[in-house]
Design a protein around this ligand. Structure first.
Ligand SMILES: [Zn+2]
Length: 245
């Protein structure tokens, strides 16, 4: 897409982005969506970036920064890991993040989270992590995490802004509105902590059945949709008290 067109579309779909200051006053939980090799590590699989990707690298860096700060403060962290059984494909996607492979593991910079008592890791075999948390008995691992930790706000990072992040945020907001998630009040999406994949129109055209997915624009659309569902969007997250006006 011509960047001028992209800029004018962004202007037509404005996203209000604030600055979040975290000091522990509000019980906040961090939710990491699919920061796994299969989506984030160059060359790791069918849905991994083919070459170094600035938006994805920044998302990983920011997710790691927040995860470290949350764990140092003993604040709750919840991480989704897209993970599929080899015999159960996820249409319309090619095989990816097969259980037992590196694709379905956290990126190297987050592997330490596997042994972190403060973190809850959840493998999910569908796009929407909220749905992926439903157990056979009808209970929901994410709902239990919110309630057990008495979380008032969740801060969401991960990939993809317009797919797994958006679906999780949308379902969580619906569940919150149905009072299924008390005491959860706010769902905050961190824009620089999110990323999506890039499939420019000219590349998609050359692929049978390929549908264009321009990264910058779809990332923006994901944020715009999340905002429309009632999420707050922030472009900065700091760990300090808010400065006095
Ligand atoms: Zn998947």
């Amino acid at each position: 897409m011509v960047s001028g067109t992209s800029e004018s579309l962004k202007a037509e779909l404005p996203v209000e982005q604030g600055h979040l200051f975290l000091n522990g006053d509000v019980k906040t939980g961090l939710v990491l969506v699919d920061v796994v090799n299969g989506f984030c590590t160059v060359g790791a699989g069918n849905l991994a970036p083919k070459q170094p990707d600035k938006q994805i690298s920044e998302m990983v860096e920011e997710s790691v920064r927040l995860a470290r700060a949350f764990c140092e403060n003993k604040w709750p962290v919840f991480a989704f890991l897209d993970s599929h059984h080899p015999d159960i494909p996820e249409h319309p996607y090619p095989p990816h993040c097969i259980i037992g492979t590196d694709e379905a593991r956290l990126v190297p910079a987050l592997e330490w989270l596997e042994n972190e008592p403060n973190a809850t890791l959840r493998r999910k075999d569908c796009i929407d992590g909220f749905v992926g948390c439903i157990e056979k008995d009808g209970s929901n691992v994410f709902v239990d995490w919110v309630k057990n930790n008495q979380i008032n706000t969740i801060l969401v990072t991960g990939i993809c802004t317009d797919l797994c992040v958006l679906d999780f945020v949308s379902s969580t907001l619906s569940a919150r509105n149905r009072r299924l998630l008390a005491p959860l009040e706010d769902v905050i999406v961190y824009s620089r902590g999110c990323a999506t994949f890039d499939l420019p129109a000219h590349v998609a055209k050359a692929i049978k059945g390929g549908i264009a997915h321009p990264q910058e624009l779809m990332h923006h659309v994901g944020l715009y949709m999340a905002q429309g569902r009632g999420a707050k969007i922030v472009s900065e997250v700091s760990f300090s008290a808010q400065p006095l006006p």
